[in-house]
Design a protein around this ligand. Structure first.
Ligand SMILES: Cc1cc2nc3c(=O)[nH]c(=O)nc-3n(C[C@H](O)[C@H](O)[C@H](O)COP(=O)(O)O)c2cc1C
Length: 142
């Protein structure tokens, strides 16, 4: 509903069947360097926080945490209940990064995509991918 043309992945993006554990990152013997759940619903946040591993997304998050690799969750929900906040507290204590989809406005963005990119840029920063997706605070104009 939010994407009139549906979700289109860029060429080369690999997809994995949610219900099949036949993916390299489903095992701690082959953990990912980093995992990002974007957007991460409150439902998925709760399932990861409590160690549900009934599909490969949840299992991958479990592997990423137990192997001390970087797990970034990008929640979008408002308002938040105590349940949401307690699940986030548990995930922070377990070493996850909670990076809400809160855009920055000092970038003077004038399109939805540019606003969204202020969030994507922070995710890329946290997984160590250099990017110029969004202007940075007090950045010298080139
Ligand atoms: C109209 C509508 C709006 C929703 N908005 C949100 C939202 O903003 N944030 C959120 O975390 N979940 C939202 N949800 C709930 C998720 O879509 C729902 O929990 C879904 O089952 C999550 O599935 P998943 O966690 O397997 O992706 C919404 C559900 C509906 C019906």
């Amino acid at each position: 509903m939010e994407l009139p043309d549906g979700l289109k992945l860029p060429a080369g993006a690999q997809t994995h069947n949610l219900k099949s554990m036949n993916a390299p990152f489903a095992s701690g013997s082959n953990p990912p360097d980093a995992m990002v759940v974007i957007p991460c619903t409150m439902g998925t946040m709760g399932r990861i926080a409590h160690g549900y591993s009934e599909d490969v997304l949840l299992r991958a998050a479990d592997v990423t945490l137990k192997e001390k690799r970087k797990l970034i969750l990008v929640p979008r929900e408002t308002p938040m209940s105590l349940i949401h906040v307690k699940n986030m507290e548990l995930l922070l204590l377990a070493g996850a990064i909670i990076l809400p989809a809160n855009p920055s406005f000092y970038s003077g963005a004038d399109s939805v995509v540019q606003i969204v990119d202020t969030v994507v840029a922070r995710v890329l920063d946290h997984i160590g991918i250099p990017n110029k997706l969004a202007p940075r605070w007090a950045e010298e104009k080139e």
